[in-house]
Write a protein that binds this ligand. Structure first.
Ligand SMILES: [Zn+2]
Length: 128
């Protein structure tokens, strides 16, 4: 009787770890595909509703992030100079534009991907 051994399932899991992991991966993938299809179908079916919701969300976003959007619009017009090196490390080619402050969008920095990733503030948890 396997039940007599309290570690039976633990050991069973250890022995078949890879199998379980593989199974989980496959299940998640399958689920993701199904979920994507479901969302896609829903949007197709309720196109007007989706569009409306999207519009509302965009409007809300614009109202909330006026400065950010303004800064983005200015940024879009600015091109990164050719052969420009990153403003921070001066080692890699600048590939991205960065705003230090949204309310002064003219203060643009040209950064490489790595430095930009480091400098961008991560979303903080609530209450921190
Ligand atoms: Zn850099």
């Amino acid at each position: 009787m396997p039940y007599k051994n309290p570690n039976y399932y633990k050991e069973y899991y250890q022995r078949n770890k890879l199998k379980f992991r593989e199974y989980g991966r496959k299940a998640r993938k399958k689920h993701r595909e199904r979920e994507n299809k479901r969302v896609y179908d829903w949007r197709k079916k309720n196109y007007e509703k989706y569009k409306d919701a999207h519009r509302k969300h965009a409007k809300k976003y614009r109202g909330k992030n006026k400065e950010k959007i303004k800064a983005q619009q200015i940024t879009q017009q600015v091109k990164i100079p050719k052969n420009k090196l990153c403003d921070i490390c001066k080692m890699y080619k600048a590939q991205e534009k960065h705003h230090s402050e949204y309310n002064s969008p003219n203060k643009l920095k040209f950064l490489c991907r790595k430095c930009h990733k480091n400098i961008t503030p991560k979303p903080t948890k609530k209450g921190v």
